[in-house]
Design a protein around this ligand. Structure first.
Ligand code: AMP
Ligand code: GLY
Length: 431
């Protein structure tokens, strides 16, 4: 029997990161009957109550490795992409520590949009056409090629979800292209895809893959999908746009070929591949982006739908034996509404007091009617305060999407943070 899998052996897990995604991972892991201890670096106010936070930045790869060794953890679960791109998983595996999250080379699927495009092309995966522009490119002729629709300008760097400009204003597109070439040397100009978006989280290793229930994120700041792109203002799952037909096509055209490629890569991919889809009016899925981690806030509404033991599934994937796991999902719906600080997604005001969260986030209770996922929160002199752009999200769960939605809004409407913003229409496409 694989190590860490025997009867009675309970796991010590380290979660890397401190956002809403990591709080939701911590909640699910704390609830696991096979987990003894959950540690986070750095965590947030929510995780400090249900698990143990460590004063160590998720971006400091060496410090995370030292912490994992000091704690003698059985499993490291990496939340954000940056430490993966910087080789955290590679080092942990060299030291014999199981890590859920891919090696640095595979993490470039998110670290470079161009690399992702090349992987899609090699595997025949449907995606938007694109051109690469550099300082000697004819920008106007490239803009002409894709005129008639909004222009999509993508920086080829990790930009925390803020490296993409979608605009119908030629001058704005032109300026975004020039700014990106100035700072990065090159930029992608992409064909605009119309349709409805969905996110599919695919847990995989060399032995197999498991698609989690599809979700839909709301990336624009304002109601009705207006305003600038953000890291995500709310999400729900399952997303009805991901019909059986779309699911079949997504698996055949995208998941299977990508899995076949990634399981045979020099270091097999062990972690979750986030497949961001645009689904057109013919129900054909196209890949908008790959991420090499759980989505935030998609994670917060997907993990509660996993009925079976998440800790064992993540450990199995980290050890290359996911195929042995039976993963089941609940027949339920989950919806989360993000509360962002004043100024988000630009320069944000931090350090303001938050009230009204009650104890919902603090008891670690898994799958109640509603709970708070902390993100940019901290405790200063015993008070809960904001420390980031996306401060928290209110999550509701229920037998229908409308019940989950009502529960989430009931909770968020009781939370106060001066200057805060949240969307009032999360889930509108499905409700
Ligand atoms: P990305 O970081 O690549 O996911 O892009 C952020 C957001 O921009 C996506 O979630 C979409 O809403 C939008 N987007 C990106 N690429 C395209 C495209 N080719 N066509 C239409 N919208 C896009
Ligand atoms: N919610 C989008 C992302 O995590 O990239």
């Amino acid at each position: 029997m694989p190590w860490g899998h025997e009867e009675g052996v309970r796991l010590k897990v380290l979660v890397v990161g401190g956002g809403g995604r990591e709080h939701s991972l911590a909640i699910a892991l704390v609830a696991s009957p096979t987990v003894a201890e959950v540690h986070l670096c750095p965590g947030n106010a929510g995780t400090s109550i249900i698990a143990t936070n460590h004063d160590c930045s998720a971006d400091d790869v060496d410090a995370v490795v030292i912490l994992a060794e000091q704690l003698s953890v059985d499993l490291v679960v990496v939340g954000p992409e940056a430490p993966l791109v910087n080789g955290l998983a590679d080092i942990l595996r060299q030291r014999g520590i199981a890590c859920f999250g891919p090696d640095a080379d595979n993490a470039m699927l998110e670290g470079s949009k161009l690399r992702a495009k090349q992987a899609m092309s090699n595997n025949g995966v449907p995606t938007a056409e694109y051109q690469i522009l550099r300082s000697d490119s004819d920008i106007d002729s490239a803009l002409d090629t894709y005129s008639g629709n909004p222009w999509v300008v993508k920086r080829d760097v990790l930009a925390g979800g803020k490296g993409v400009v979608v605009t119908s204003d030629r001058q704005v597109a032109r300026e975004a292209i020039i700014a990106a070439i100035d700072s990065d040397g090159e930029v992608l100009l992409e064909e605009f895809l119309s349709g409805e978006e969905a996110s599919v989280l695919v847990v995989m290793d060399e032995s197999g893959y498991v698609c989690l229930p599809a979700s839909q994120d709301h990336k624009r700041l304002g109601d009705g999908d207006s305003g600038p792109n953000t890291g995500g203002m709310g999400a729900y799952a399952p997303a009805p746009v991901f019909t059986d037909e779309v699911r079949r096509k997504t698996i055949d055209r995208i998941v299977k070929p990508m899995h076949e490629d990634l399981r045979n890569s020099e270091t097999p991919y062990r972690g979750v591949l986030y497949v961001g889809l645009m689904i057109n009016s013919e129900s054909d899925p196209f890949v908008v982006e790959f991420n090499v981690r759980f989505g935030d806030p998609e994670c917060q509404i997907t993990l509660p739908l996993v009925e079976t033991d998440l800790a064992q599934h993540l450990l199995a994937a980290a050890q290359g034996r996911l195929v042995e796991e039976e993963v089941r999902f609940l027949e339920a719906h989950c919806l989360t509404v993000v509360l962002a600080a004043e100024g988000y997604p630009g320069t944000v005001v931090k350090g303001r007091r938050i009230t009204g969260t009650g104890s919902r986030s603090q008891d670690g209770e898994h799958r109640s009617v509603s709970w708070v996922n902390h993100a940019g929160t901290g405790i200063v002199e015993g008070e809960l305060v904001s420390t980031g752009g996306r401060v928290l999200s209110a999550t509701g769960m229920g037998p229908s999407l409308s019940e989950a939605c009502e529960a989430a809004y009931r909770l968020i409407n009781g939370i106060e943070l001066e200057g805060s913003q949240h969307r009032s229409d999360i889930g509108y496409r499905a409700l």
